[in-house]
Write a protein that binds this ligand. Structure first.
Ligand code: PLP
Length: 334
């Protein structure tokens, strides 16, 4: 399995997995309890908050632990942010090699805030609920690891990204969404004119490669990303966008394999265009079936087979059929 969707979530860093195993087993105390197990849990929690505060350049009192990005966003979305400076920020551990279900909300000292979850007096009464000590420690650990390895990771990602883009140079109809300079170093958003991202995503999935499409999935249908549309891309361009995001464990071999498979699929999907032209020309001049048309038909058979397999093994709405139908030579001939 080659995982290239680290912007959705990341696999746990091995050392974080070990920390979690140990803490979930041993450190079960409630930080509000006065006896030794509770005090020890409190120390671990506060130590994690201090480590995170130092890395973020914030005061420990400005950070509260949450269940993740969504909760933090909900806590502050009703408030007006001051125009200068950042008053609030949300962080989530699962994008950084940490576990899902733990996040941080930064509230700049003096900024207005009213709690969303009330009950006990945890987190200075700003967020009720027994604190998840093991997860807070895991968050501090993954964040620390990312901060100390950031420059090495970034240069590795930039190198891999360049290598990948170079390998696609020969591929026709391939375009970049956004610019390399302005994108996150681990992220690449690519489009392939006339090919839907969904089709490529499914083909790559069948190869054991996980990438994301720039399309949002709503009511089972793939929709063009509103972000890409707001950036000025057309519906067709936005729907053809594939998002490739690398992470701490992405290797050169992963990127080489992605490049190999992607080029293979793009060429396969592009073939009908050529066949179509030749068929149309052949029709106009009264020639018989060309080898290119035979090739197109073989390609159609192959895609239909893949579609059926995809449907059997996974519950996808595979649209390569639609893709092919709307480009079938007969439509042009008639
Ligand atoms: C931009 C953004 N906001 C919010 C979230 C939600 O974070 P969480 O899954 O920790 O609730 C995510 C991640 O999934 C995200 O990418």
């Amino acid at each position: 399995m080659i995982y290239l969707d680290h912007n959705a979530t990341t696999p746990l860093l091995p050392q974080v997995k070990e920390t979690l195993k140990e803490l979930f087993g041993e450190e079960y105390g409630n930080p509000s309890s006065p006896y030794h197990t509770g005090r020890r849990a409190r120390d671990l929690l506060e130590e994690s908050r201090h480590r995170l505060a130092e890395l973020l350049g914030a005061k420990p009192s400005e950070l509260i632990f949450t269940s993740g990005g969504s909760e933090g966003n909900n806590m502050v979305c009703e408030l007006d942010l001051e125009s200068s400076g950042l008053n609030y920020a949300t962080l989530t551990a699962h994008k950084l090699g940490g576990p899902k279900g733990i996040g941080l909300l930064y509230i700049r000292e003096g900024s207005p805030f009213s709690p969303l979850i009330t009950g006990g007096g945890q987190e200075r009464s700003l967020r009720a609920g027994t604190e998840n000590v093991a997860m807070a420690c895991a968050f501090a650990e993954c964040f620390e690891w990312f901060c100390s390895n950031r420059s090495e990771l970034e240069s590795r990602w930039l190198g891999l990204r360049k290598k990948f883009l170079d390998s696609l140079e020969e591929v026709e109809h391939c375009f970049l969404l956004g610019t390399s300079d302005e994108s996150l170093p681990n992220t690449l958003n690519l489009g392939f004119q006339g090919i839907s991202a969904e089709s490529l995503l499914i083909c790559l999935d069948l190869d054991g490669i996980a990438v994301s499409s720039g399309s949002a999935c709503s009511s089972g249908a793939m929709e063009a990303s509103h972000v890409l549309l707001a950036m000025g891309y057309s519906h067709e361009q936005a729907k053809s966008s594939l998002r490739i995001s690398m992470g701490w464990n992405t290797s050169e071999e992963d990127i080489e394999e992605l490049s190999r498979q992607l080029i293979h699929h793009v060429r396969k999907f592009s073939l009908p265009h050529l066949a179509l032209l030749i068929f149309f020309t052949a029709g106009m001049t009264g020639c018989g079936k060309s080898p290119e048309l035979e090739n197109y038909e073989r390609c159609l058979e192959l895609l239909n087979h893949e579609r059926k397999e995809a449907r059997k093994s996974q519950n996808y709405s595979y649209d390569s059929q639609r893709f092919l139908e709307c480009r079938a030579p007969v439509q042009y001939g008639s």
